[in-house]
Ligand binder design. Structure first.
Ligand SMILES: Cc1ncc(COP(=O)(O)O)c(C=O)c1O
Length: 441
């Protein structure tokens, strides 16, 4: 391939179409076709493409811009920390790293007393599982059908979505509970009379399938990527009890839900449980790669005693820790101000009003500013309507609203916690117009 001229300054004067051609030619497709929108800049709830078109970003980027794109405190933290130290050895600590650990633990239940700082959510899943296994001396694990915990090998093994396919056998000893999908209950039961039969049926199946002891059970408090499944009240407490009966460590993956997105600092708080391990990422770095895993003293002590080792190049970066401290301060402010609860109620109630006019809205669910819509062909049959989900999503994009289709017929709507009333109302008008256009086809 001939060498290309690469400009020194961006954005360059090159046409968007030429850049897209270059992308087609050179970039591996890792998530379907290349998206024709090329991002130019972002601020608050908004992003602009290279042609200057403005979008309401109700995806918060990849759910990392939880306190808006490029908020001033983040920009200041970047300047301050990057001018001092961009990178240091993963084995050398700094005050920022130690303080971030301290602050994080102060937000969590006191039982969680040890923490480690990492880069990504997938890595956090790996560490959570590894620590649980090494502390207990057990090696099997349990996840939940339709959950997502990352793309690295260990995380993919407890991810029960089609994206785990294609690279040969997963490790043995990994089991899945039926999803808490009340809108389409996989065991055809009805909450609350079901008494969380999905957990009991699943755990009984694990009891007979296992060939060793189960170390850990991992779950997202809201199964987001697998279809915005919000388990009913009491689900996590029931799961906690069933894990306790078996000596299974409970890992709560707060990648998407943590730091205020659902209203509480952590989504597990709504069920009043204490997890054994909590994994955090996304919002913690506000767009930078920063993750953390907190665990009980018992697990940390057991893992260390049994020779726990984990070392990656970007653990314990002082610059990332400084950013994390800033994100935690923003999270505390937004939880105090009840931003996600307040704005989530406005958005959810607006969507509820739209559902009165639009039959293809089958279900609206979620909590705070992590909401989903499930599309159906009609409400009596509940037949999934993936074509509608994609067509209306596309029409919204045309009108300047970004949401995500997370599973075939389900949208995730997750604007930054800084979203204002006017932006919510604009998004609702766009959804209404797009639904009306679809229905009149
Ligand atoms: C619940 C959950 N866990 C883990 C991950 C993986 O995080 P990362 O993409 O940072 O590796 C994600 C990413 O979307 C996630 O939603």
């Amino acid at each position: 391939m001939p060498k290309r001229e690469v400009p020194d300054v961006f954005p360059s004067a090159v046409e968007t179409s030429a850049l897209l051609e270059l992308a087609e030619e050179t970039l591996l497709r890792h998530a379907g076709p290349i998206d024709p929108v090329l991002v130019d800049r972002a601020s608050g709830t908004l992003i602009w493409d290279r042609e200057g078109k403005e979008y309401l970003d109700f995806t918060s980027g990849q759910l990392c811009a939880t306190f808006g794109h490029n908020p001033a405190p983040l920009r200041e933290a970047i300047l301050a920390s990057f001018t001092r130290t961009v990178h240091s050895s993963s084995l050398l600590l700094s005050e920022e790293v130690i303080r971030l650990g301290e602050r994080l633990l102060a937000l969590l239940p006191p039982e969680l007393s040890k923490v480690t700082l990492l880069s990504t959510g997938s890595e956090a899943t790996e560490v959570a599982l590894k620590a649980a296994k090494m502390a207990t001396g057990r090696w099997e694990s349990v996840g939940v059908s339709r959950s997502y915990h990352g793309h690295t090998a260990g995380a993919a093994a407890v991810t029960f979505l089609p994206r785990r396919l294609g690279t040969g056998p997963a490790p043995s000893g990994v089991h899945a509970l039926p999803a808490p999908y009340c809108f389409r209950c996989p065991i055809d039961a009805q909450y609350p009379d079901c008494g969380f039969a999905c957990i009991d049926v699943g755990m009984t199946a694990v009891d007979v399938q296992r060939t060793g002891e189960v170390a850990a059970c991992i779950i997202e408090p809201i199964l987001s990527t697998g279809g915005m499944l919000k388990p009913p009240a009491g689900y996590l407490a029931h799961l906690r009890a069933r894990c306790d009966e078996r000596g299974i460590q409970l890992i709560i993956d707060e990648a998407q839900t943590g730091l205020g997105r659902t209203g509480d600092m952590f989504a597990f708080e709504s069920d009043d449980i204490v997890p054994d391990i909590v994994a955090l990422s996304k919002s913690l770095g506000g767009g930078f790669p920063l993750a953390a895993v907190a665990m009980t003293d018992n697990i940390a002590e057991g893992a260390e005693r049994n020779g726990f080792r984990f070392l990656t190049s970007h653990m314990n970066e002082p610059s990332m820790a400084m950013i994390g401290l800033t994100m935690l301060a923003l999270a505390r402010r937004h939880v105090e101000e009840q931003s996600a609860t307040r704005q989530g109620e406005r958005l959810e109630s607006g969507l509820g009003t739209l559902a009165q006019d639009h039959e293809i809205i089958g279900d609206i669910r979620g909590r705070g500013l992590l909401l989903g819509i499930e599309f159906v062909t009609d409400r009596s049959t509940l037949e999934p309507a993936p074509d509608a989900a994609v067509a209306v999503w596309r029409a919204c994009r045309e009108r300047g609203l970004l949401v995500q289709v997370v599973s075939e017929n389900v949208w995730r709507i997750a604007p930054p916690l800084t979203v204002d009333d006017d932006e919510i109302d604009r998004s609702l008008s766009i959804v209404h117009e797009s639904l009306t256009e679809f229905e009149s086809r």
